[in-house]
Design a binder for this molecule. Structure first.
Ligand SMILES: C[S@@+](CC[C@H](N)C(=O)[O-])C[C@H]1O[C@@H](n2cnc3c(N)ncnc32)[C@H](O)[C@@H]1O
Length: 213
């Protein structure tokens, strides 16, 4: 699997020097550095952004800013990404990386709970949303976003295969993250408001299109 990953990485666009350095700095200086999207998923996020052509995009869960920069890279001139991070101690690391990038003018970085801030800011007509925050609250993020999405817009949810734990028959009550992802996947499977496909890239990405009601 590692050599297949290596093969993929060497046959797609490079991530570029800035993202490469950010990824390395993330691994060196932050706990849970593996949460950053990384080369392959990052290039996919950029490509999906190009395909969707959002005017307004939101990201729930900034962490070190890797995926935010990939989404911003795919945005057209004049489009905006609002990205939200609940952990305020993350700001000192992430803000300089976002503000020092070539895409700083397309990114608004907010510290706070996305679940509360997106409604408070009155963000509506969202064209693209990337859900990558607390796995226990995916259903709440999704239900908060749905009425705020432009019909035909796309929600992308990360980690929806959750290291394969989603296929465990019995999940411990204490494993709230697996329970959260499983409940989200089960809800989506039967949700007529959207079309969806799970793409088994990295830890699973679900692509969701919001249907006109
Ligand atoms: C998996 S990391 C994000 C990784 C990043 N999107 C990337 O791909 O490079 C999840 C982040 O979401 C943040 N988070 C968790 N709950 C949140 C919430 N309700 N609102 C905003 N951020 C949240 C966490 O603090 C953590 O930094």
């Amino acid at each position: 699997m590692d050599s297949l990953d290596e093969y993929i990485r060497s046959h797609i666009d490079p991530e570029g020097d800035y993202l490469h350095r950010l990824y390395r700095d993330t691994q060196l200086r932050l706990s849970y550095g593996q949460m950053a999207s990384g080369h392959v998923q990052g290039r996919l996020l950029k490509m999906l952004t190009r395909m969707v052509r959002p005017k307004l995009a939101v990201e729930l869960g900034t962490f070190s800013g890797y995926s935010a920069l990939c989404i911003a890279e795919g945005l057209a001139e004049g489009a905006l990404l609002h990205t939200f991070e609940i952990y305020d101690e993350q700001e000192d690391f992430t803000r300089p990386w976002l503000e020092g990038s070539a895409y700083a003018d397309r990114i608004r970085f907010h510290i706070g709970d996305a679940l509360r801030m997106i409604p408070e800011m009155g963000l509506t007509d969202i064209d693209m949303a990337f859900i990558d925050a607390d796995k226990r609250h995916y259903i709440e993020f999704y239900e908060m976003l749905l009425p705020r999405m432009r019909p035909g817009g796309f929600i992308i949810a990360d980690n929806t295969l959750w290291y394969g734990h989603v296929i465990e028959e019995h999940t411990r009550e204490s494993d709230q993250q697996t329970l959260g992802i499983k409940a989200f996947n089960d809800l989506l499977a039967h949700d007529p408001r959207v079309e969806k496909v799970i793409v088994p890239v990295r830890d699973g990405l679900t692509l969701i299109q919001v249907l006109p009601q």
